[in-house]
Design a protein around this ligand. Structure first.
Ligand SMILES: [Zn+2]
Length: 357
């Protein structure tokens, strides 16, 4: 960077300008960015950083520190507080500009594409109690059936295949089933384990797609039965799906249509856990009876998942919830964290659609 160089700040502003235009043109954004430009980024990242055996985010952190070091070094050579201030402001503007630019170009414009459920013609509506009960009935039947295909033992399942195997299986299922959702499979997106164990969960997240390195991470301490679904959820983000509800929905469809009973079970179990949250809220008495009659194995698994999740508490529920909410809202997702609850509605709409065809 030269003496009066504002390049990164300017690039950031241009990127925001394009984002502004994209807001009014979701179809063009989907067509040009999500389906043509982004797949190139997907492949370049997957064929380079994707092969690293450790999270590439370490490179990102290293780069941030190097840039900071360079800034401090330069700052020392400036004389007088006015010069120092001017230099600092410019450095800050350039730093922010670079972050915005890379975020948007590497992934962020996907926020402006046509929502996937709109592309699929799905109409997610809040469920009535009757509809919810029907849905719960279907989901628990499927969960029970898939669990039996894994084991006859009703003790909670706490161990599955090794992580590299799981990642491979989920990815290959993505490849086989993504076209059903109108998305193309390309590249070889990675979802890596992010050490140290428990760190991400303490931050209040189970998994995250990191646009700057183009790969996603999950916490190694995540319950075995939650892993298949969560990896699929993160991989959905790797395909340019930004909305949390949609990523959940895609994970549910992909895992649910898998040949692998473990993936199928993980998907129905997650949906069931979302559904019964609403069930409990809408009809607590009925919910108790339902719980009593629930398959032993499925119930033990749900208890085991709940215990595992309670064993590691985030530093601050409020902060992690709020920051996530603010992040989502700043991206134009008006419902904020509520969009996470879309899965039961989307699953219901999908089941109706599948029945109709
Ligand atoms: Zn997500």
């Amino acid at each position: 960077m030269g003496k009066r160089d504002w390049s990164w700040a300017i690039l950031g502003v241009i990127a925001l300008g394009i984002r502004y235009l994209a807001t009014f043109n979701p179809e063009a954004t989907d067509d040009i960015y999500s389906r043509k430009f982004f797949p190139v980024i997907r492949n370049v990242i997957d064929r380079t950083l994707g092969y690293l055996p450790f999270p590439s985010v370490y490179f990102f952190i290293l780069t941030v520190f190097l840039v900071l070091g360079f800034y401090l070094y330069k700052l020392r050579s400036k004389e007088g507080w006015k010069r120092k201030l001017k230099y600092s402001l410019r450095a800050l503007a350039n730093g922010l500009g670079a972050l915005i630019f890379f975020f948007l170009f590497l992934w962020g414009y996907n926020y402006q594409r046509t929502p996937i459920f709109q592309q699929l013609g799905l109409n997610p509506n809040p469920l009535t109690l009757e509809e919810l009960k029907e849905e719960v009935f279907i989901t628990q039947k499927l969960a029970q059936q898939y669990r039996l295909a894994i084991t006859n033992d009703t003790t909670a399942i706490t161990e599955i295949l090794t992580y590299p195997e799981l990642e491979k299986i989920v990815r290959s299922n993505m490849g086989e089933n993504l076209d059903m959702l109108g998305l193309n499979f390309t590249g070889r997106p990675r979802t890596k384990l992010f050490p140290p164990p428990g760190f991400m969960r303490k931050m209040g997240i189970l998994g995250i797609y990191f646009p700057f390195t183009g790969e996603s991470y999950i916490d190694p301490t995540l319950h075995a039965l939650e892993q298949p679904f969560t990896v699929a959820h993160e991989m959905a983000h790797s395909y340019g799906v930004t909305n949390e509800g949609e990523a959940n929905f895609i994970a549910w469809v992909i895992c649910g249509n898998s040949e692998d009973p473990l993936l199928k079970y993980s998907a129905q179990l997650r949906l069931l856990m979302y559904q019964i949250r609403d069930y409990f809220r809408m009809d607590p008495e009925d919910y108790k009876i339902f719980l009593k009659n629930l398959d032993r194995g499925v119930r033990n698994d749900m208890i085991s998942i709940r215990d595992a999740s309670e064993a590691i508490q985030p530093f601050s529920y409020e902060i992690s919830r709020k920051s996530n909410d603010i992040f989502l809202k700043s991206q134009g997702v008006k419902a904020g964290v509520n969009s996470y609850q879309q899965l039961p509605m989307l699953a219901h709409a999908w089941r109706i659609k599948m029945k109709g065809e």
